[in-house]
Ligand binder design. Sequence first.
Ligand code: SF4
Ligand code: SF4
Length: 166
Amino acid sequence: MIRDAAAIAKGMSITFKEMFQPTEVENYPDGKGPMRGAQFQQRFRGKHQLQRDENGLEKCVACFLCAAACPSNCIYIEAAENTEEVRISSAERYAKVYNIDYNRCIFCGYCVEACPTDAITHGHGFELASLNATTLVMRKEDLLVDIQPAMPLTPGSAHDQADRLA
Ligand code: SF4
Ligand code: SF4
């Protein structure tokens, strides 16, 4: 009896102590709240990002190593060849289609480890829950990072062509 009372008192003391601590994500879901700690941010495995090189070209060269390493078989890639007129990546091939099925992804990071060009990385996006499973199949357009203003135009790249058409 005394032991039970002591256990309840101990539990309640933690509750009362926490009541007076600052609230960390009080705005959620209206505001995302801070992700605490630089170390935590670096290691966090959120929604993937497909990266670009310093010239704005896509780093993915469609080698399929990430798809081969994926234990959930949730990466789907279709490769295509770069041409003189249209250059998407700096190598021979690029990923014309790159899908990740987040219904199956377990965020193990094996794809990131396997990539020889650092084309695929984990971002910080964590709000992936959905009642519609089809929206969890993300396409290349959903994963590719934006072209930064500092990236120079590579002649023939999609970036360059979009600029010429603008
Ligand atoms: S994090 Fe793991 S499960 Fe998800 S796509 Fe990469 S290898 Fe596959
Ligand atoms: S993301 Fe990396 S490992 Fe996957 S196909 Fe592209 S270059 Fe190869």
